[in-house]
Design a protein around this ligand. Structure first.
Ligand code: ADP
Ligand code: MG
Length: 562
């Protein structure tokens, strides 16, 4: 083997390492889940690679994860016989944080420990979480298919640098050895490890093994090499629903999403018919960090399996963009194992699965709205604006999506978006034909709009829309349940809803001299000056023609440089 090479971590890695070890201490046992999840990913990757090159697993076909401790050396070892890494891959994967948005993430930290812990959790800490409990970590790895002599050993104390060394590893796969800090002896206890594996990693689809417990305390040294499987070792979604508890679903969600919080809701289905597949789809409690900064480009979170083999993250192929907050697994019995992204894009079976995913998520949200309004409110706060995109994106489901939207209105007590279009329609006045709304930059501005004074005075409810997407979304919605959506700042109010024609005529005549004077003063800046039925308190307001672009939209376009 060659001389040891010492390298410095990228500055960002050092920063993340420091943050992880200092702010996640109260969640320290997650390190085990993270290392097991990496081992499981490595087994998934090898199984996938072996589809096109069976020789990769020929000598050692049973993929597994083994965990052992050495009490004297104070080490905990997690070994997998998965895909392994080449020297370059180790440098790439373990020495850098190749995540877009890392810098933004670091900048967004506030110094407020509680909030930062949440953010770091949402960011996903992965391999570095080992340093919460370790003062030294070594990783020895040999890539599947590579000769023993190309193995590499990585070692670091987690403080700015690491060493790399070529070694001979007898088997393929990766071994991570965690040297525990003086206070972390609990992770040397086999019972403790067993409990943590059951709690966090029971759903891992590969066997996780610990040295077999010796019965009756007899110290039969000859048996110490024997391992026993401690997890369920079957893909969670293949197990019968009746056997699964909420905790099982939540633990699986957390390892799937790296979210520290529970999922808000989920739906688990086995579909059998012209094609067979399983779906397990989750709605998170809050947006993950990635979605905040990388937006629509880098969609992740829905994993495609084919007959239990992990194929790829196929969120973009299996979900429309407006449901990009959904996390989960699709496992198909019928797609070909050699499927590519291009094939997925135009495959008929995939199109069916995709519409089933949409249907199941909308079903789930409807059920949540009906049975658990508080949770649904949480959903609205977290993802209501993303869902609104569906009004434009998914014409076929427009009505169902519209039913799930919630708004603030002149009848709600605060800025909370809690009024559904059905609520609104249920409260409409006898002579009212349209659903009225107003858009503005903020809730306060919408609420204080002079354009809605007359409607308010009449007791007509007005939806107060203040999200950037609202104007655009309403443009696609147009109407709901046969009722037109009308902007209170546009056109002639009376033409739409009731009004006293005689009174109006008199007021018009009385005001003629003032109108003339104002029209002269304002000149070409306005199209028309007229008496308004809109106002009860304010002396004047700006009104748009029925087909003019809303003021709010005009402002947005100006900001965007149009
Ligand atoms: P993530 O798993 O989210 O990608 P991690 O920090 O947990 O982030 O791991 C970083 C990368 O290191 C992985 O993507 C993988 O490429 C590599 N890696 C980590 N552990 C293993 C392992 N046991 N076997 C093979 N590759 C690994
Ligand atoms: Mg990981």
């Amino acid at each position: 083997s060659s001389a040891t090479e010492t390298r410095a971590f990228e500055a960002e890695v050092s920063q993340v390492l420091h943050l992880v070890t200092h702010s996640l201490y109260s969640h320290k046992e997650i390190f085990l889940r993270e290392l097991i999840s990496n081992a499981s990913d490595a087994c998934d990757k090898l199984r996938f690679a072996a589809l096109s090159d069976a020789s990769l697993t020929a000598d050692d076909a049973e993929l597994r994860i083994e965990i052992s401790v050495d009490r004297d050396a104070r080490t905990l070892t997690i070994r997998d016989n998965g895909i392994g890494m080449s020297r370059d891959e180790v440098v790439e994967n373990i020495g850098t944080i190749a995540r877009s948005g890392t810098r933004k993430f670091l900048e967004s930290l506030s110094g407020d420990a509680r909030r930062d812990t949440q953010l770091i959790g949402q960011f996903g800490v992965g391999f570095y979480s080992a340093f919460i409990v370790a003062d030294n970590v070594t990783l020895t790895t040999r890539k599947a298919g590579a000769p023993a002599g190309e193995s590499v050993r990585w070692e670091s104390a987690g403080s700015g640098e690491y060493t790399l060394e070529n070694v001979d590893a007898p088997q393929r796969g990766t071994t991570v050895t965690v040297h525990l800090k003086p206070d972390e002896s609990e992770f040397l206890d086999a019972w403790k490890l067993r409990e943590l594996i059951k709690r966090y990693s029971d759903h891992v689809a590969f066997p996780i093994r610990l040295p077999a417990q010796k019965d009756g305390g007899a110290s039969d040294q000859s048996r110490t090499d024997e391992f026993e499987t401690v997890n369920h070792a079957a893909a969670l979604w293949t197990r019968p629903k009746s056997e699964l508890k909420d905790e099982d679903y939540q633990a699986f969600y957390k390892s799937l999403s790296h979210d520290f919080n529970d999922a808000l809701a989920w739906t688990h289905n086995r579909v059998e018919g012209s094609q067979n597949y399983s779906l397990l789809l989750y709605v998170p409690e809050r947006p993950p960090f990635d979605a905040v900064f990388s937006g629509r480009d880098e969609r992740k979170g829905l994993k495609l399996y084919i007959r239990r083999v992990f194929i790829m993250d196929a969120s973009e192929q299996l979900l429309p963009s407006y449901l990009r907050f959904v996390r989960g697994v699709v496992d198909s019995d019928d797609l070909p194992l050699n499927v590519s992204r291009e094939i997925l894009q135009e495959n008929r079976l995939v199109a069916q699965i995709r519409s089933a995913c949409v249907k199941r998520v909308l079903d789930l949200l409807e059920k949540l709205a009906k049975d658990e309004p508080e949770k649904f409110q949480q959903f609205t706060t977290a993802f209501g604006n993303v869902l609104k995109e569906g009004i434009a994106e998914d014409g076929a489901n427009r009505e169902r999506i519209a039913k799930l939207l919630r708004f603030a209105s002149t009848k709600s007590e605060d800025a909370q978006k809690s009024v559904s279009l059905d609520d609104y329609i249920g409260r409409m006045q006898a002579d009212q034909e349209a659903i009225w709304y107003i858009t503005a930059d903020s809730h306060a501005a919408a609420k204080g709009s002079p354009q809605i004074e007359a409607l308010r005075a009449k007791g007509t409810e007005v939806l107060l829309l203040s999200d950037r997407i609202d104007e655009w979304m309403i443009g696609y919605l147009g109407e709901y349940a046969g009722k037109k959506l009308r902007n209170a700042a546009k056109g002639d109010l009376d033409a739409a809803d009731g009004g006293d024609a005689e009174r109006r005529k008199q007021a018009d005549e009385a005001a003629q001299p003032v109108l003339k004077k104002l029209a002269e003063l304002l000149g070409p800046k306005v199209e028309q000056v007229r008496v308004s039925q809109r106002l009860t308190e304010s002396p004047s307001c700006i009104v748009l023609g029925e087909y003019d672009m809303a003021l709010h939209m005009q402002r947005l376009l100006r900001e965007a440089g149009h």
